[in-house]
Design a protein around this ligand. Structure first.
Ligand SMILES: [Fe+2]
Length: 368
């Protein structure tokens, strides 16, 4: 039975709500009339206190307000390739390609240009052997072997395997192998087995994430670098802490602690993106490359926390659901990724190959 007092309160509330809504509609209509003919820039449409959506809008505008250019689309059409875009500014499935076959050069170029335009691309139902996957990757450059994981029978394959005794650990936003002086340009991963639920990988647009930063944060980043190393691979994983002789030998062969900018100019597109790996970057290591001055540990850590949070905003992301035989090819210079660790104790197996890259740099003038 309804309480009469509550019922009266509800009626009173609804009267006020409806009256106020009518007044607001009138006010907004009048304001719209007064400003008719004046198109507001995107900056004025998004709230000043939250630039997330603006970052996406700016990036889409940079792309010509289209997922891909007309020129790229017409080349795809001519080659019989169908694009399935899964995000506004990143992520496209390419249908109509059999990667087991040697690709004609115009198709390889289309794949590369689509990667540059869309930051991460996907293929379904490929089921490549290890050697076929490596051969496909070689179409895009030299390859980087990976010293800290389990290789497949082909040494350029890294197995990313999780199951009942090893939950997924790639669930932090990152771009791959920033401990290298020349981090890999991109990674090509094929799914071999999927858990019954979950196990998706999320990708985030590093260009949009940069363009969506508050101005004061973007300004602060202009000359900042940080030191990256592979310390997390040396401790407490799998068989436990590595013996000193292995660690010492490794550090003599592979530089331990390399400096990279937090903003990176893409060497092929010229666009600026955020560039950070939260696991390899020493969070207290930020310094100004122009003056050589180090930030205080506190400011450095705070800034890193802001940047990692920025990349995780859902607006910048697309989400890929793996099937056995699916392939993802991501551009480490333009996107971050995050593998959801939500399927334990089930098994998930990916095989990854990485294409060699170049030394990250930042040239502010390349992008307006
Ligand atoms: Fe990764």
């Amino acid at each position: 039975m309804t309480n009469p007092d509550t019922s009266n309160q509800q009626e009173q509330y609804n009267l006020v709500a409806k009256k106020f809504a009518e007044r607001l509609v009138e006010f907004r209509a009048a304001a719209k009339q007064a400003s008719s003919g004046v198109e507001k820039p995107a900056e004025a449409l998004f709230p000043a206190f939250d630039r997330t959506g603006l970052g996406v809008a700016r990036e889409f505008e940079r792309m010509g307000n289209k997922p891909v250019s007309d020129e790229l689309q017409s080349r795809a059409d001519a080659l019989g390739i169908e694009f399935e875009h899964i995000g506004l500014t990143l992520g496209t499935v390419l249908h109509g390609i059999d990667l087991k076959k040697t690709l004609p050069s115009e198709l390889t170029k289309l794949v590369r240009d689509t990667l540059l335009a869309r930051k991460v691309i996907f293929f379904r139902d490929q089921n490549l052997s290890e050697d076929e996957q490596v051969a496909f990757a070689r179409e895009f450059g030299d390859l980087d072997a990976f010293p800290f994981g389990k290789p497949g029978s082909n040494p350029y394959i890294l197995e990313i395997a999780h199951g009942p005794q090893s939950p997924g650990t790639e669930n932090g936003w990152h771009t791959d192998v920033t401990w290298m002086e020349k981090p890999s340009l991109g990674s090509i991963a094929q799914c071999v087995s999927v858990p019954p639920y979950g196990g998706d990988t999320l990708f985030a647009d590093s260009y949009a994430a940069y363009q969506g930063l508050p101005d004061d944060v973007a300004d602060r980043l202009q000359h900042l670098h940080g030191i990256n190393d592979y310390q997390i691979f040396l401790m407490g994983r799998g068989a436990g802490k590595l013996p000193d002789d292995i660690v010492d030998g490794l550090k003599q062969e592979l530089p331990f602690g390399v400096s990279h900018p937090l903003l990176r100019t893409h060497p092929e597109t010229g666009v600026t993106g955020l560039y950070i790996h939260g696991g390899f970057l020493r969070h207290d290591s930020l310094f100004d490359i122009s003056s050589g001055e180090a930030l205080s540990a506190e400011e450095s850590k705070q800034l890193v926390a802001v940047l990692l949070k920025q990349h995780g905003r859902p607006e910048y992301t697309c989400r890929f659901k793996w099937q056995a035989g699916s392939i993802a090819f991501w551009d480490n210079r333009a996107a971050q990724h995050y593998a959801a660790s939500d399927y334990f104790p089930h098994q998930r197996l990916l095989r990854r190959v990485t294409v060699s890259g170049d030394k990250p740099f930042y040239e502010p003038d390349q992008m307006g």
